[in-house]
Design a binder for this molecule. Sequence first.
Ligand code: B12
Length: 151
Amino acid sequence: MVPSTMSRTVVLGVIGSDAHVVGITILEHAFSAAGFTVVNLGVQTSKEEFAEAAVEHDAAAVLVSSLYGHAEQDCQGFQQELEDAGADAVTYIGGNLAVGQDDFEQTRRTFRELGFDRVFDSETDPEEAIAALRRDLTLSPTESERATVTS
Ligand code: B12
C-alpha cells in the first residue's frame, strides 16, 4: 500500500516475544542518517502496538524485524490490525524470518501473502532497504542507492 501523505516517519520494532535488539538499533541509525524520522518501538512489540504507533505518528512505513524464527506466527493478522486501526503505510519485514531459512524465495512468498510489501533476509544491507523505501515513497534516491534494490 502506498501512503497518501508524504510523511517521512517510519515505525520500527521487533515483533512478538523476540528480544534481539541489535538489528533494529542499526536500522534506526541508518534510517535516521538517511533523513527519516524513526519511531523505534524496541523489542517484544505486539501487532497492536505497531498499528497504534503507525496511526499516532502518521507513519509512511512500518518496518518489522524478527530474528528468533517465529515471525510467521507472530505476523498472522498483522495487515488486518493496521487496516482496522486506519494505518496507511508501506510495510516491510526483515531478519531471520524462518527457522533454517533454506529457501528464502519461499519465505518471501509466505510474507508477501501475509501482506508485506517487501521482505528482506538477514544479509540485507540497511542501505538496500532505504533505497527501496525511497522508491516506494517516490522520494529521490541518492546516486549510490540507485542500483541497490533487489528485494
Ligand atoms: C545475539 C543473539 C542473541 C542474544 C540477543 C541479545 C539481544 N538483546 O539482542 C540472546 C542470547 C538473548 C539470544 C537469544 C535467543 N536467540 Co539469538 N542470536 C543472536 C545472534 C548470535 C546475533 C544476532 C545479532 O545481534 N546480529 C547482529 C545484527 C546486526 O544483525 P541482525 O540481527 O541479523 O539484523 C540485521 C539484518 O537481519 C537486517 N534486519 C533485521 N530486521 C530487519 C527488518 C527490516 C525491515 C529490514 C529491512 C532488515 C532487517 O538488518 C539488520 C541490520 O543489519 C544470532 C545469530 C546471528 N549470527 O545472527 C542468534 C539467533 C538470531 N538467535 C536464535 C535463537 C533461536 C535464539 C533463541 C530462541 C535461543 C533460545 N532457544 O533461547 C533466543 C530467543 C530469545 C528471545 N526471546 O528473543 C537463532 C534464530 C534461528 C532462526 N530464526 O531460525 C539465531 C539465528 C542463532 C542460530 N543460528 O540458531 N540471541
